[in-house]
Design a protein around this ligand. Sequence first.
Ligand code: HDD
Length: 699
Amino acid sequence: MPARQTPSSKKSSPRNAARLPAETHQTTEDLKQALTTNHGVPISDNQNSLKAGVRGPTLIEDFVLREKITHFDHERIPERIVHARGSGAHGYFQVYESLADITKAAFLQDPKVKTEVFVRFSTVAGGAGSGDMPRDVRGFATKFYTSEGNYDLVGNNIPVFFIQDAMKFPDLVHSVKMEPDRGFPQAASAHDNFWDFVSLSPETMHMLMWTMSDRAIPRSLRMIEGFGVHTFRLVNAEGESRFVKFHWRPKLGAASVLWDEAVKINGADPDFHRRDLWDSIQNGDFPEWELGLQVFDEKQAASLDFDVLDATKLIPEEIIPLRMVGKLVLNRNVDNFFAETEQVAFLPSNIVPGIEFSNDPLLQGRLFSYQDTQLSRLGGPNFHQIPVNAPRCPMHNFQRDGLRQMQVPKGRVNYEPNSFDGNKPRECPMHGFASVPEVMEGEKIRKRSETFADHYSQARLFFRSMTETEQQHIISAFAFELAKVETKAIRLRMLGHLTIIDEDLHAGVAEALGMQEEAESITPALPPRDLAPSPSLSLIQKAPVTLQGRKIGVLITDGFDAKLLAAVQKAAKKEKASLMIVAPKVGGATDAEGQLQEADAPISGAPSVIFDTVVILASEAGAQDLAAQAGPVDWVANAFAHLKFIGHTPETQPLLDKAGVQADEGVLPIVQEKAVAKYIFAARNGRLWSREPTLRRPG
Ligand code: HDD
């Protein structure tokens, strides 16, 4: 056994030897840069704990070690009970013209004013470390730092909600999150508890149609729509009040991935959405949305065949069109994920003069819940002082003290009215927030309004407004999710609901499950009505023909034609698309002239699922080499199966053959540079939907 060593202040390690002499501490530049404890004490050695002998026990007096470990132990705060996984960014909002006719909200008056915003996008069911691509709703929460205080529009990418009353929210969330005994599945609605709850709650039917649609697997956070969901009120300076529904429309158009892609993207790049948002802002391609308003009065509300206070209903744009009033631009990534994206606290109760709530019972519950949840999540009542949450306008009142108090209010006065300091701050009857008077009368009662009773008409409306392709995707999604449900009775109950929504939908799902003629018979509270279809609900029907914001994957092999690559790069730039060069190895490939072209990623690190369209610039030998390997063959087969437009050199053919690629109008030979234009023209269409029925059927 080596002899026990005694501490020696004389022997110093090389690191210690570099330490500054004590007498120079106060003056050198080095001290200004020194690593310190949280209390400002310079640290001499950040590698070793303080021990009794180099091989002896660690001393409890090592305050440097204890402080560092204690802080680390408490680095995590409770994650959000829902919407735990999120990605945020800064930006601004600007109105196109004054909205003084409908609202007195200060930030909606002057088109010259840019209002600072922070936006956090999120999935709902998964934990903070879950993947970006589950089938799920996406949160779209915006904090406007207005000159009259913070306004938070806390919405989703789906315009309706699962439930009508906040009383059901804990049940809904418990049912969708991982099952409490086994702790799985993570970030997935495809399990018994969720489908048990929803199949026992007919009010969820409309939202289910949306979550089983492609809306729940978006291509990019830059390509989602956003909705305030509830009916709110706008109030102008004359005190006139109107109802409003808020809509965000992405400049790049709304787009989705296919389910098979979503599954594979989650494995290939679980941060797919977060990375895409970060990269595009970093590259100066700032994501943009337009704000659209559906404004309507009490009379119009009364003329609708549903209740505007029911969050499971939408107002078709064909009935009340959108007024596009301004734009939102995200132009700055966060400096620190935790400080900003994690600590941001959105409160639907944050409204400003000119915007008010409605009596939607789901919204009313939210007004309490968000404030409450921040108390435990952010550790007390002073979370508004965290920089990302603090208003940018002056803020003063007499609320004091509490955990995490960061301010040092001066003076002896902490009450109002007072006769010191000119009795400031004071109430402001002229400009302060005052609710628009509304007559309230009624029995104290726990009851759902009869006007909330129709649970199926809009579910049917949604399904029937889709293209055939989208309908097939909905059928496939129901079949996938219900096939994961172990309890047959739940599947049969759900099939019973589907028969009420639409017989073709039911037949398609039953067929895909192999469970025809077995649906449970369910009697709806109100039989559904046939409503006029709303084409604006379909993503495919309004998909823009563009490559802007999309990503082109170019696969090269040794011997590739550099001129073709340059032509594709030039075209991509013109289209405002991004481009990534993929080669068998990340080191790159040499062109026909023997010049090395570095790659952005190897084939294994950049599967074709992460691209919107692909170009394969293989040489004959390169194609043969790739055709002999499963990875590259999958790369190509997936691009084809995911309905992508594929540009390729004629030499690529052996690889295409091996991957089972059939010639169709989405597979475009690129013989010379001129042919690149033809490929680009086709690729703007996004996907070749007509290929799909030849490749897969629902299930
Ligand atoms: Fe909620 C977070 C959106 C109903 C209770 N919700 C949260 C976030 C979004 C939404 C986008 C994440 C905010 C962020 O990024 O920090 N929630 C909605 C929408 C709803 C909705 C659009 C219906 C129209 N939510 C809803 C109800 C309740 C809650 C009915 C409770 C009664 N929501 C919460 C919460 C969360 C939350 C538990 C978790 C973290 C947080 O609030 O700050 O309080």
